[in-house]
Structures are given as structure tokens and as C-alpha cells.
Design a protein around this ligand. Structure first.
Ligand code: 2PG
Length: 211
């Protein structure tokens, strides 16, 4: 058995609430988002984990979530690395548009393909594969070695940067990843084997409402 990797998607952001495509734009958490991050942190505190290092993106909604989780587990000053490799997928020309308006303009099916497919990028933006092309190398060089050395590692990031990681960890196909949605503030606790495959996965909360 090797170390532990905990993935948590940031709590609800102001633009999640307003139903806007966000990507690399940088809105803060809503009050509910703060509550969700605290709840995720409480679940991890109850689980009894103490982290060795935390990783987050260059965007404030993930950074605040990371800090709220660390506060909840009593590790407010833990070493935290921020890197834009963990940022949300770049939504390109869709950034700032309302998701329902986009469905009216381009159709439900097309918008779902842009949001959840593996390799179809939104106009001017990144597909999940493009997002993975920066998330996966960063995971291999900066995150995985820490886990394999037996450490407990927190990653607080975004819906699609984490979908790219979960796709690899859970060995999902391009078709299966279409239906993968991650809930805000719900920690996923992976224990990895020394060959870097998954020994166990526990979800500390309810993923069923994710969309
Ligand atoms: O707008 C975004 O950046 C993301 C995450 O909130 O949206 P979606 O769930 O549509 O990929």
C-alpha cells in the first residue's frame, strides 16, 4: 500500500450560481460554496486524515476551498502549491455565457458535447483531452511522487481538471467519462498501490446531485 490522494472540487462559485460558463475566469465562492467546502473539510476531519501537502489551482475558488478544507482538518498553515496546470478547462468563447442561453442557441446536445465529451473542444477553448494534456503531466511529476512516497495529498481543483484525473484513476473510457459529474465540496479519497493504480476509493458525501 502506498499513500493517499484526496480530490475535492471547489464549492459553488458565484458564476455556478448564475449558471455561467466559467473556465479560467476567476469568481469567488458563494456563501453556499463556503459551506460546501467546510462540509467537505468536516467530512475529512471525521475521517481522521492529516495531510502532508496540498495542491490547488491558480484560481481563487479552488484556493479558498483548499484553505477551508485545511482549516477544518486543523492544518491551516500546511504547505500548499498553486499551479495553473490544475485550472478549470478553458471554456474559450463560451466563458461568461449563460448555459441555458447557450442551449437555446446551439441545442442541448451540442452543449452537452462541449461540456462533457472527451475530445470536442468548445469554440476557442479546451476539450477534456486538452485539459488532461496539462493535468496529467503535472500529476505525474508533482503529485504522484508524493503519494507514492507514502504521503497524504490534498488536491482542491475544478470540475473538469478533476474529471481528467478521475478518468485515469477510475480507468474510464471516452464514452464513460461523458456521464462523469463531480459534486462541489465532496471529497474523494483514493488509496494508491505502489504501482500507482487504485487500491480503494471512498466518496465522503453525496455525488448523486452533481450535473
Ligand atoms: O463553467 C465551468 O467552468 C464548469 C464548471 O463549473 O462548467 P461545466 O460543469 O459546464 O463544465
Amino acid at each position: 500500500m502506498s499513500g493517499t490522494l484526496v480530490l475535492v472540487r471547489h464549492g459553488q462559485s458565484d458564476w455556478n450560481l448564475k449558471n455561467l460558463f466559467t473556465g479560467w475566469r476567476d469568481p469567488d465562492l458563494t456563501e453556499l460554496g463556503v459551506e460546501e467546502a467546510k462540509r467537505g473539510g468536516k467530512a475529512l476531519a471525521d475521517y481522521g486524515i492529516k495531510f502532508d501537502i496540498a495542491f490547488t489551482s491558480s484560481l481563487v475558488r479552488a484556493q479558498r476551498t483548499c484553505q477551508l478544507v485545511l482549516d477544518a482538518v486543523g492544518q491551516s498553515s500546511l504547505e500548499t502549491t498553486r499551479d495553473q496546470a490544475l485550472n478549470e478547462r478553458d471554456y474559450g468563447d463560451l466563458s461568461g455565457l449563460n448555459k441555458d442561453d447557450a442551449r437555446k442557441k446551439w441545442g442541448e446536445e451540442q452543449v452537452h458535447i462541449w461540456r462533457r465529451s472527451y475530445d470536442v473542444p468548445p469554440p476557442g477553448g479546451e476539450s477534456l483531452r486538452d485539459t488532461g494534456a496539462r493535468v496529467w503531466p503535472y500529476y505525474l511529476t508533482d503529485i504522484l511522487p508524493r503519494v507514492l512516497s507514502g504521503e497524504k495529498v490534498l488536491v482542491a481543483a475544478h470540475g473538469n481538471s478533476l474529471r481528467a484525473l478521475v478518468m485515469v484513476l477510475d480507468r474510464l473510457t471516452k464514452e464513460e467519462v461523458l456521464n462523469l459529474n463531480l459534486a462541489t465540496g465532496v471529497p474523494m479519497v483514493y488509496k494508491l498501490k505502489s504501482d500507482s493504480t487504485v487500491a480503494s476509493k471512498e466518496v465522503l458525501g453525496d455525488m448523486s446531485g452533481a450535473h
